[in-house]
Design a binder for this molecule. Sequence first.
Ligand SMILES: Nc1ncnc2c1ncn2[C@@H]1O[C@H](COP(=O)(O)OP(=O)(O)OP(=O)(O)O)[C@@H](O)[C@H]1O
Length: 286
Amino acid sequence: MPFAAKGHIVIDNMRVEFESGNTKTIAVDGVSLDVQPGEFVSIIGPSGCGKSTVLNVIAGFTQASSGKVEVDGKQVHEPGIERGVVFQQYSLFPWMSVRKNVEFGLKTQGMPASKRTTVARTFLGLAGLLAFENHFPDQLSGGMKQRVGIVRALVTSPQILLMDEPFGALDAQTRVVMQEILTNMWQRQRISVLFITHDIEEAIFLSDRVYVMTARPGRIKAELKIPLPRPRTAAMSASPEFLEIRQQLQNLIREESIKAMGTEIATGGMEGLSIQIGPNGPQGKM
Ligand SMILES: Nc1ncnc2c1ncn2[C@@H]1O[C@H](COP(=O)(O)OP(=O)(O)OP(=O)(O)O)[C@@H](O)[C@H]1O
């Protein structure tokens, strides 16, 4: 697939510290990564390693303490319309209809009412949601709400889509459908996607490349290319290539999850929990 012209993310040697009261938390330290224009890249890693922090810095919601964070050659300081964001929580406006939710970003861009209705309806049609344009968010299933969230992020034609565990709250079947819808929309729009997930198979199915982060303070432990052809199909998940990549990722993440749990125990975060690291991973009892 030819790459898009824009949507290039570069992070170099980034550190993010949080201070609350007397406590300083180094969330990530020495993170370097890139997303090429039009590329689909995922980040996986143990809980608390700083995945959301990385995404929030690129989105402009959180400031890096040091290091380079550039989108198309410009240092990121604040949110921008060229970066759409989708969170696990659906974050739709409950008092607005589906169509009004989708039109919202177009309105803030100053698009006239009749045009934004046409654009919103076109996108809702692509996502199979046109019949629900006048529904309100609480009348939709979780999967539908998240589809609206994705449409809302894409309708303003961003060059980058930042997604923080967008399908984490969905059941397994809905998740598979959502992965296909996302892949279709991504291929149609040729945008860059940075996608955070805990789900190894989801990362392999969707991505051109996957970054694995270390336990906190997070940095990049490994980077794997996913050489599976596109379009990806469910049958590929039984292929030897898929299984080999899955095994590699499982091993990398398991090492870091064990380290992350060890740190929590050492710092008293899991008082009363006795835990042993056995050949099959951590085994504990309360
Ligand atoms: N605003 C904040 N203030 C203080 N500490 C924070 C803040 N945001 C994140 N942290 C801390 O930074 C570390 C990284 O958090 P982050 O949410 O980025 O991890 P994560 O990898 O996305 O976790 P998970 O997979 O569990 O969602 C954690 O120790 C977290 O407690």
